[in-house]
Design a protein around this ligand. Structure first.
Ligand SMILES: *[C@@H]1O[C@H](CO)[C@@H](O)[C@H](O)[C@H]1NC(C)=O
Ligand SMILES: *[C@@H]1O[C@H](CO)[C@@H](O)[C@H](O)[C@H]1NC(C)=O
Length: 219
């Protein structure tokens, strides 16, 4: 069954990342199903808990990760996140999941998760993946992954995945946060709102103003 093929790696990933020391604070109760109320003016580290008596199985359930994401966009990839926004029962549990679809030559562009390490398994296709260490060395670690191969991206480091196979590619990722966050480097640097002053970017990237203007126009 296709569903079993897809679900097995997900279960293994969830298990693996909960065995690892989670980055988010440990729960102080069995569970804390979040109240889905963005209008509330009080902020806590996480979400408020629903009365446990009112929790039910649907608070811990998500359907549809078998569906491919739409990769018709500039980078040819799509991340479908399954974090505390989709499963309120993940609140305080320090774990989440994502499905990543790639068109041929599709790229999940260089990005970081400020709050999570990531463990990725390839379900279909061939991916060239990598991460770069911090400024002491800026060392690049890369690998070409095939179906069934697993790779780890340590918390906070810039990483990417490029489809180098002939067809589509699909991967699933376990992340050590209920809310890993994502900062796509190109978008954050050249597509911020309002834009970063070209004086900052020309010096930072050691290029002239036309190059910076050109890059800012892409976002
Ligand atoms: C995929 O996204 C493109 C661009 O936004 C859109 O035109 C197309 O209808 C979408 N396809 C599906 C199947 O949703
Ligand atoms: C939570 O609320 C947001 C915004 O109203 C909605 O898009 C989302 O589907 C809700 N999530 C759940 C799991 O109910």
């Amino acid at each position: 069954m296709k569903a079993v093929q897809i679900l097995l790696p997900i279960v293994l990933l969830a298990l693996a990342s909960s065995l690892a020391s989670a980055y988010d604070p440990s729960p102080l109760q069995d569970f804390c199903v979040a109240i889905n109320d963005t209008k509330n003016g009080v902020f806590v580290n996480g979400k408020f808990c629903k009365d446990p008596k009112l929790a039910n199985a649907n608070d811990f359930f998500f359907k549809g990760l078998n569906k491919p994401g739409n990769t018709s966009n500039a980078v040819g990839s799509r991340v479908t996140q399954v974090n505390v926004q989709q499963i309120l029962g993940l609140n305080t549990l320090g774990v989440s999941l994502a499905r990543i679809d790639f068109a041929p030559k599709g790229l999940n562009p260089p990005h970081i998760h400020p709050r999570a390490s990531e463990i990725l398994v390839v379900e279909e296709g061939t991916l060239y993946v990598g991460f770069v260490t911090s400024n002491t060395e800026n060392r690049l670690f890369t690998k070409v992954l095939k179906k069934g191969d697993v790779f780890v991206f340590p918390i906070g480091l810039i990483h990417f995945q490029l489809n180098v196979g002939d067809g589509n590619a699909v991967a699933f990722a376990g992340l050590s946060s209920q809310n890993p966050g994502v900062i796509t480097i190109a978008n954050a640097v050249f597509g911020s709102n309002p834009p970063i002053s070209p004086d900052v970017l020309t010096k930072a990237f050691q290029v002239d103003k036309n190059v910076v203007n050109y890059l800012q126009k892409q976002f």
